[in-house]
Design a protein around this ligand. Structure first.
Ligand code: PBG
Length: 332
């Protein structure tokens, strides 16, 4: 027999013993209203095109996207982020198609807002889908020219706001773009268009499947390390976030997700501002692949992952799992 004094005084297991006790003391809750669904859309008719490295995700035609958006909205997911697959014929070195008022993205935004005015539409501000080199910016002499890129991004953001985007989301990582975009939106009367800034966006190899989806892998110029952040740096993320907030970002983002939970935590602790995290394509693909082999239980892994994002400080989670996770959450 142990002497009485050596028995544990605090038995944490009491509050783990029953479903009810666990529910009462749970600190973190995930709901469908935490999610933003990234979607891929292509011009023209025909069939949706499945993306092999992202099982369950397709490049959708506009009618298929509208159908899907109804389902997304009905599940309580408040927002979608639109990414266009642009035909090669429209790709140029300067990415001019990015600010064509009758381009694919403005068409999609108008159609979504007409069909579902309450669903938030977030548009991506970056040139990569439109760039013949797959770069987020304007390439001059094999270099991404920061300030000329900003001129282009300002045009692109204003074009998206004209079409009715609720949030514009610069994902390009040029210096100073948030302030210039805010100024231009305000000058054009788009004072209510919000900015979701990809502030701490890393030069990550977890974006591979996304680049398959848009056929946007870098083809020349440089890789993306001259503008996206070095995965080895943490303090720099705080600097980037601070800059974007000072320039007028309404929300900021950390990307990718799980490998950068420490960054998410630090950003939220430091700034206490609305913070999004992007559970990127490679993270999605890893879970899908393991689940397909029967090596992981998909539902549990996804919901645990979403919980970890919320626990680390995320207010919003961009995830290709938004619809499935919302369904799982509803089913309880
Ligand atoms: C590019 C962009 C990328 C993603 C979102 N916007 C890829 C990149 O920077 O090369 C990646 C998202 C994902 O992997 O799911 N502007």
């Amino acid at each position: 027999m142990y002497p009485q004094a050596l028995y544990p005084r605090h038995r944490s297991r009491r509050l783990r013993a029953t479903y009810g006790a666990r529910a009462l003391v749970r600190e973190t809750h995930v709901t469908p209203s935490d999610f933003i669904l990234p979607v891929f859309v292509k011009a023209g008719g025909g069939l949706d095109e499945p993306i092999p490295s992202m099982p369950g995700v397709s490049r959708r035609t506009l009618p298929s996207l509208i159908d899907h958006a109804h389902e997304v909205y009905a599940l309580g997911v408040p927002a979608i982020a639109v990414f266009p697959k642009i035909d090669d014929a429209h790709k140029t070195l300067g990415g001019e198609e990015a600010w064509s008022d009758d381009g694919l993205v403005p068409d999609v935004v108008r159609a979504l807002k007409a069909a579902l005015p309450g669903l938030l539409v977030i548009t991506d501000v970056a040139l990569d889908p439109y760039s013949s080199l797959g770069q987020d910016g304007v390439v001059i002499d094999d270099k991404i020219h920061n300030d000329k890129t900003i001129d282009a991004l300002v045009r692109q953001a204003c074009c998206q706001a004209r079409a009715g985007a609720d949030f514009v989301a610069p994902s390009d990582m040029m210096d100073g773009r948030v302030g210039r975009i805010r100024e231009a939106l305000d000058a054009a009367g788009h004072v209510d268009t919000a900015i979701l800034a990809y502030s701490a966006k890393y030069a990550s190899c977890f974006y591979g499947p996304f680049r398959d989806a848009l056929d946007s892998a870098p083809r020349g110029g440089t890789d993306k390390k001259t503008y996206q952040m070095d995965p080895a740096n943490g303090d720099e993320a705080l600097h980037e976030v601070g800059q974007d907030l000072a320039e007028g970002a309404d929300m900021i983002m950390v990307k990718p997700g799980l490998p950068y939970l420490d960054i998410l935590w630090r950003v939220k602790q430091e700034f206490k501002r609305p913070t999004a995290v992007y559970h990127v394509s490679g993270e999605y693909a890893m879970i899908k692949a393991a689940a397909a082999h029967g090596w992981l239980d998909e539902r549990s892994v996804v919901l645990e992952t979403m919980t970890s994002f919320k626990r680390a400080g995320a207010d919003a989670i961009l995830t290709y799992y938004a619809v499935e996770a919302a369904r799982w959450l509803k089913a309880g």
